[in-house]
Design a protein. Structure first.
Lengths: 353, 353
DNA sequence: ATTTACCGGTGGAACGATGCAGCAAGGTTA
DNA sequence: TAACCTTGCTGCATCGTTCCACCGGTAAAT
């Protein structure tokens, strides 16, 4: 095995293990320059790397954070994971990956295991309305940064929330469609039980009200299988199914607001399945602005989340929580999303007449 | 912090720490049934969880594996990561995520850190031709499963390779285009310096030869920026750029074989940018069969990799390497890919006349 | 004249779990 | 009845690191 310990380095350098430890732990001022050099040489020669388990056992600290996402197979989360890992690596942290599929039970088990692993900070992306299932761990001392979820009454006091303003985002998307003359607009999503989705739905209805229209007239398609209510594993399949059902109706919508881009791409495929043209017969708006949104045919109009910034902020907040002993009050970061208009939206067909 | 140690459990149950340890480590036969019950109760009451750092320090074992992918932002790798994590979790293992962007240096640093973390098994997905940069670690005892890379001369003897047959896959794709009457076919990729890509390229030229054609007549576009030669971060952008350049030429291709699906989707977008129709004016074949291939317009003809099976196999092999002391000879698993014909390919325009 | 604060280090007790050696009490054999 | 198991448990050294207390000598501050 690795084998090289701090004792061997100490012997090689002709000092005590404590001095090597001081050298390694940012206290080089405590020794003569020549000692420093001898130790550095010894480390090089032996190829010594500190044993992290021993270090962790002694200090209780570990440079690893957890990342809990619904599913990293979704490009949005894959992209987020990449940026988070990048930010973490820059500060010497590693990232442990967990796919929760938004199941509270799995989430709790994950967090318990992470805690037992010595991990004290986790970025949680499930956006579930209640955090009751993880409350005991938070009280024990686990630091949590919730991503894509705004603060709720009853949240633990130390929670940091980082999210785009979902209400504004969905409002932008919907208002865009209304301006194009659309009136029969559908909102398509899996289960609406998560915070971010509820907010997006509120942005949707808000836009109706602000335009002096009755949101009750809007079409809401909120399906999803029993065993996978949020449709995270197959958001696209869910969207496609929704499109099939919506377009079969006699009074079909002329525009659709999708809960996210994967769903929107599925909807677009479903529209084509029905022999209709996306952006001309039926307009579609997504949410997220994943890379593929711009590659689709037609390119997808969507609401952009500044994901690189958000990932970096998530790590920064988490790190400061873990490393400082201060357990200040909850903070929140709410970023403003941006509408990116592409070709999947166009004037309402009936308005053109 | 967590606080509950094995000593507290021992006191609560009225036994010694050793007995609790025996209980926890599958030696319950060594105590009376009533003692077993007392210990189980004590653990429950105190909510005890073994400290993994201490356990790891003592035993040298840890239930974590590393995953090194080019970039988890690519949906193919995101999907693979999801399946690998699922397989690992089923056996109580966790997965540490690393994005190497195929840089040997980053890879080496990652593996060194993973080793220092006590991790003894890694799934490596960069598919680089030489493993020299990680050889020292493999010799030290790190178990490696290479994914998407076939065995090479000079590989460490203990390496396990798991891959789809890239030669066959690219052959299938190219033969499909040749059968459709295409003769001016382009091959588009970032740097061809990785094993899997070279193999795909060989499958491409093989198909030409088998059809009695001169592969020298084929068009090869193998670009990529200096700082990101493989185009992993933006495979789609690379494809789009390739399409722009290829279609500007006087003697432009009628069909394009892409190194992977993201690249193919970029190429499709580039074809549309040029005012041409994918599948009619220009045919496109991808590789991977990511979820989005079926959602694209037109749906993408591609070569399917059985990714769930491969991820499960990767974990199974890695685990058996880590847990057994036997360091048997290298094994390889070469799966057969499958051509999925969709609408992005069609008869060659000139062949129709 | 006494206290204090360095200097460049060393010694050693933790951190929490493991697993081997060993130990009493009772059982079996010769 | 001595010699030897077996059973069910305990004691203790150990893993590699950290970090506090402390060394004896000197110089500055009180």
């Amino acid at each position: 095995m690795s084998g090289v310990t701090i004792y061997q380095v100490a012997r090689e350098a002709g000092v005590s293990p404590s001095t090597v430890s001081n050298f390694l732990n940012g206290r080089p001022g405590r020794m003569l320059p020549q000692t420093r050099v001898r130790i550095a040489d010894a480390i090089d020669r032996l190829g010594y790397r500190p044993n992290r388990a021993a270090r962790q056992l002694r200090t209780g600290r570990i440079q690893v954070i957890g990342l809990v996402v619904p599913s990293v197979a979704n490009p949005f989360w894959g992209n987020f994971a990449r940026y988070l890992e990048r930010a973490a690596l820059a500060d010497g942290y590693h990232v442990l990956l967990c796919n929760s599929e938004r199941e509270p039970d799995r989430e709790r088990r994950y967090l318990e295991e992470l805690w037992a692993d010595g991990i004290r900070g986790v970025v949680l992306c499930s956006s579930l309305p209640s955090l009751d299932h993880v409350l005991p761990l938070v009280e024990t001392g686990l630091s949590l940064v919730a991503f894509d979820r705004t603060a709720q009454a009853g949240d633990p006091g130390t929670l940091v929330n980082i999210s785009v303003d979902n209400v504004v985002g969905a409002h932008l998307a919907t208002a865009h469609l209304l301006e194009l003359g659309h009136r029969r607009i559908a909102f398509v999503s899996g289960s609406l039980r998560s915070i971010n989705r509820r907010e997006r739905f509120r942005g949707f209805t808000d836009a109706f009200e602000q335009a002096g229209l009755d949101p009750a007239g809007a079409i809401v398609w909120s399906g999803g299988a029993e065993q996978e209510p949020y449709g995270d594993l197959d958001a696209a399949g869910l969207g496609r199914r929704a499109a099939h059902e919506l377009l079969r109706a006699t009074d079909r919508p002329t525009a659709i607001v999708a809960i996210n881009d994967m769903c929107a791409l599925g909807i677009s495929a479903g529209i084509r399945d029905a022999g209709l043209r996306v952006g001309q017969d039926i307009s579609v708006v997504g949410f997220d602005d994943i890379v593929l949104a711009d590659l689709a045919a037609p390119p997808l109009t969507t609401v952009r989340q500044p994901i690189a910034d958000m990932a970096a902020a998530a790590f920064r907040h988490l790190r400061s929580r873990i490393e400082s002993t201060e357990t200040g009050p909850s903070q929140s970061l709410l970023l403003r999303p941006e509408l990116v208009v592409r070709a999947s939206t166009g004037p309402a067909p009936d308005a053109r007449e």
